[in-house]
Every structure is written in structure tokens, then in C-alpha cells.
Design a protein around this ligand. Structure first.
Ligand code: ADP
Ligand code: MG
Length: 353
């Protein structure tokens, strides 16, 4: 994408205010454009500037990011207490929309990598989870769905009084509840069952992703690292047990991609809440027979198993203390409320408050 080359010392100028931002380093790069660490000569401080590609679709989405985030910042979190990134400014530069944000630290995926993907201590999992939840409560109150919650979009805040903290960033996929436009949203590992299945979605999809993130912070690896949507869904069913409720499967647009439907009940197919279902997930052979190619199945990072076994038997953790085992039980309980197939039964941020 040759339209955009940011280099060190390049000046991004907001012509309206004559404010200058000098590029010092690249922080991130994606389909949207680039994020650069810049020196703001006026305030003598660093800021992060997101320079959006100059194509209409990206521009539209960036306008959405600006409007939703400024609403969240100004109206719902005026005192910056709820762990949502602050937007500072936005301006056009050479046909690109630029958005400036407060400068934050590494994202949580980078943090996990630095830790050799062995997961964080429970105390940090707890602190970060509480803070992400705080942001989710505010978003729910504002009726905003983030639509792309994942470790890359949660950033460490610079240490204030050496207390660890995080903030939610990247409202570039966000939308208002009840005004959902896109059906292909969320990053695959963190994609909720209702989005996979093509069912109308709500803020509950962020709670699913949140559950995936909390688990990942503890175990160090994604909970559902599927190489395809089919792989993600079959991992969910194996890990969590049960499957999406029949009425959701009946109404969802993509059910046939993943499930076989029988007129009657599949014997022995324990479905949601122990009810019998008339749907069952396709086997890999059935997917292959239908698509005339093998379904994409990612390599396993950890043995397939139930959620509680995964949390308790994770090799890096040595749970000697009785108290730690109790903490683990609480974590499994917490996760079960979040990675809940039925969006109506999934915990809402307000319930968890
Ligand atoms: P995209 O919409 O393409 O995912 P993001 O807003 O998530 O763009 O930014 C991409 C990456 O840039 C992030 O994952 C993060 O590592 C880095 N980044 C974004 N905003 C900031 C910021 N305010 N401070 C520091 N790094 C940031
Ligand atoms: Mg992002």
C-alpha cells in the first residue's frame, strides 16, 4: 500500500491548529493504516498518531471511531477513570485522516510474548480483568459494541505510582447496539458463537471476547486458536461443553456451515443446559466431503480438554497453596459465565460489577 509511507522525522501537521507531530517510531501497522509514536512539540510530550489509509471505506470507519470514542471520552468518562484510551485530536493530512491518542505502553499480546506465553500471575489477571470490565460497563451504558476486543487492543498504561493498569483501545470496528451493519466482525480467536453463526448480535459479543482474553492472560495462549471458523466452533464445543441453543441455531444464517440438522433429536447429543438437540456439529470428514477439501484445523497448543482441567493442570502453574486452588475455582466459575453459548444467559458487565 504505497499510498502511505511514514518515516522517522516526518512531520504530520494539523493545518487547522498548526500543530506539529514529529514521527519518532512505528508502533503498529494494520489493514487500517499505521500508528506512529510522535513528538508533540507544543506540549512537549509523546502521542500516538493513527494515520488511516486514504480509501473511502477506511475513512468512514475512522469517522465512526472518532465519533464513538469522543462520545465515550467526553460524555461517559469525563474524568478518565474507566480504562478507555483518550483521543486528543483528529485532522486531515495529505488526504489521510489522522487520529491522535495519549501514548500508552505495550499491548497485552506483546506482554504475554515477553513472558514466553506462560501467562501472568493471577494477581495481574485479576487487576487487568477488573479494569477491562470497568471499560465494558461504560461501553454498555453508552450502547457501544467494541467488536474487536483482543489482547492486541488492550494496552498497558504507563506506571503511575507503580500500579499496573490497562486501557481498551481501537474503536475502529465499534458500532452502536441496534445499529449493527457488518456481520463479519471480531478477530477469529475471539469471535463469539452468535457472530460465527450469523445471528443478530449485541454487547454480549464483547463479553465473550472478554472471557477469551481473561483465560489467555492466565494460560498465556489463546483459548480457541482455531485455523478456521469451523475449527474455532468445534474447539468451543469441546472446551466448554454443550453447544449453542437450538432456537439460536434455528434462526442463525450460517448454521448449515457447521451443523447437521435432523428432523428429530440426535441420540446422545447433549446440548445446551442438558437438553437434547436436533443439531450436531459436523465431523471433519463431513466438512471435507461437503467442501471437497480438508477443513483447516490449527495445531493444538495445549491438549484438548475441558475448561476446568485446562485452568488447573496448566503446566506452568504450580498450585501448591490451598488459596491458589480456590482462586482457580473462582476463575473457572468466572470464565464459565463469560464463555456461555447463549448470549441471553452470558454474564453482562453490570451483573459482574
Ligand atoms: P487497528 O485498528 O489496525 O488494529 P489500533 O488502534 O489497534 O489499530 O493500533 C494498532 C497497534 O498500534 C496497537 O495494537 C498498539 O500496539 C499500537 N497502538 C495503538 N494505539 C496506541 C497508543 N495510544 N499508544 C501506544 N501504542 C498504540
Ligand atoms: Mg487493533
Amino acid at each position: 500500500n504505497s499510498d502511505l509511507i511514514l518515516y522517522v522525522n516526518l512531520e504530520l501537521v494539523n493545518k487547522k491548529s498548526d500543530r506539529r507531530y514529529i514521527v519518532e517510531e512505528m508502533l503498529g501497522q494494520g489493514t487500517f493504516g499505521q500508528v506512529a509514536k510522535c513528538w508533540d512539540a507544543e506540549t512537549n510530550s509523546y502521542v500516538a498518531v493513527k494515520v488511516i489509509k486514504n480509501q473511502p471505506a477506511f475513512y468512514q470507519q475512522a469517522i465512526m471511531e472518532v465519533s464513538l470514542l469522543s462520545m465515550l471520552n467526553d460524555k461517559f468518562d469525563p474524568d478518565d477513570q474507566h480504562h478507555i484510551v483518550r483521543m486528543l485530536d483528529f485532522f486531515p493530512w495529505k488526504n489521510h485522516l489522522c487520529i491522535t491518542f495519549e501514548m500508552l505502553g505495550h499491548n497485552l499480546y506483546e506482554l504475554l510474548k515477553k513472558n514466553n506465553l506462560r501467562g501472568l500471575q493471577l494477581q495481574f489477571v485479576r487487576t487487568f480483568s477488573r479494569q477491562i470490565l470497568d471499560a465494558l460497563i461504560v461501553m454498555k451504558g453508552a450502547g457501544i459494541i467494541h467488536c474487536d476486543l483482543k489482547p492486541e487492543n488492550i494496552l498497558i498504561t504507563p506506571k503511575v505510582n507503580s500500579a499496573a493498569g490497562v486501557k481498551v483501545i481501537d474503536f475502529g470496528s465499534a458500532c452502536m447496539e441496534g445499529k449493527t451493519i457488518y456481520s463479519y466482525i471480531q478477530s477469529r480467536y475471539y469471535r463469539s458463537p452468535e457472530v460465527l453463526l450469523g445471528y443478530p448480535y449485541t454487547t454480549a459479543i464483547d463479553m465473550w471476547s472478554f472471557g477469551c482474553i481473561v483465560a489467555e492472560l492466565y494460560i498465556g495462549l489463546p483459548l480457541f486458536p482455531g485455523a478456521s471458523e469451523y475449527d474455532v466452533l468445534s474447539r468451543m464445543i469441546e472446551m466448554v461443553g454443550g453447544q449453542p441453543p437450538d432456537d439460536l441455531l434455528r434462526e442463525a444464517k450460517n448454521t448449515r456451515k457447521f451443523f447437521k440438522h435432523a428432523g428429530s433429536i440426535y441420540p446422545g447429543n447433549e446440548a445446551h443446559d442438558g437438553l437434547r438437540s436436533s443439531y450436531r456439529i459436523l465431523t471433519e470428514d463431513e466438512v471435507e466431503a461437503r467442501d471437497s477439501k480438508k477443513p483447516k484445523i490449527g495445531k493444538w497448543y495445549f491438549p484438548r480438554g475441558r475448561l476446568d482441567r485446562l485452568i488447573f493442570s496448566y503446566p506452568w502453574k504450580n498450585l501448591n497453596e490451598e488459596a491458589e486452588k480456590e482462586d482457580c475455582l473462582a476463575l473457572v466459575d468466572f470464565l464459565r459465565g463469560l464463555v456461555e453459548f447463549d448470549p441471553n444467559k452470558r454474564w453482562s458487565p453490570l451483573q459482574l460489577h
